[in-house]
Design a protein around this ligand. Sequence first.
Ligand code: PLP
Length: 407
Amino acid sequence: AETPRAINFGAGPSCLPDSVLKEAAAGLFNFAGSGIGIAEISHRSKEFTTFLTEVESLIREQLNVPSTHSILFAQGGGTGQFAAVVLNMLARHRLLHPEVADSERTIDYVLTGSWSKAAVKEATRLTANSQVKINIAADGKAHSTDGKSYESIPPHDSYTFSQDPALIYYCENETVDGVQFSNDEGDASSFPFHLLPKDKLLPLVADYSSSFMSRPIPRLADHAIIYAGAQKNIGPAGLTIIIVRQDCIVDVDAAVALGSTPVPSVLSYKYLADGKSVPNTPPVFSLYVAGLVLRRMKTLGGLAYFLETNRKKQEKVYAAVREGEARGVFVPRVKEGSRSWMNIVFNVPGDGAEGKFLAGAEKRGMKGLKGHRSVGGIRVSLYNALEEEQVDRIVQYMREFIEESTT
Ligand code: PLP
């Protein structure tokens, strides 16, 4: 007999809708009536070019991306963008301010968890031979109970941005730590847009890898760059989506002539933009599946639908976490207000309790619940493709587990 599909709570690559997978399987044999499969067809064919244009407009329409911003597709994932944002934004800063000495150039990072920390690490490598300064504008760790973990968005009064940074970086949703900015501006845990100058084109860069297309993006138009790997909410790994304001698509080679670090072509936004996201062979299959997912999203009602569904899904799981907390069975790792909608992290204290929780889930066909190897615990990821009734299944299991552990 065929093995039934598990309910996949993995943090990424994540589950994809069955209907899309079936359609994609057919497309592997015959793409858009061409008689050629999607993994075989030329990325310059009429069929693929038409499809790519549609993928772009599906993102533009649903996220309300203004005409000031281009949508680019690349490879290299979030990790590739850790480097690309530094190289392109430092080149931009040099072109705007050639007279400024490197020792006066800064890049600002907001630290809220492992992935923003990884971005700082990459920025440190890339600026090793220059005097560009990295300013940690805020650090969530400094506000945690043990001073070591990331359990909340830093309070607004703790931010210190530089005078004229080449970039201001934040990670909207920390996949490992389960910390996310609130999408309601004005909340204590929202991004502090109000602290930034209003009269300038902001060099604001956001990593949306694990929350892209899960709900609308606050102040999207104020961002210089928003990027995301596809492998959480919209498709297979291999595709990176970059929304970039056009003044950030700069001639990186002209900046090199002024002393900037040379930029590999595939990381240059101008190279991607000039080549209409196909300057070299793009991740054709990932783009195809992403396109099918985005079409389905539109049919379901777009981001308004996902905002409501994702809100309900996380409310249900956090309610069960709180019930477990009240009875000493679960310990949430993130403070109220900073809790992620996409990745819910908690501990199951007691000898072997965590293993027991995971084994029970596995027996019920639920997988991918083990926390990231760096932090341990349990992580329930609730990406778009996970249906509400699948979420109900884990909630029911969590309640059974609480009962079992307390009787
Ligand atoms: N940023 C975030 C928020 C992530 O969750 C991840 C991966 O999970 C990355 C960056 C790194 O992305 P990639 O594996 O595509 O390089």
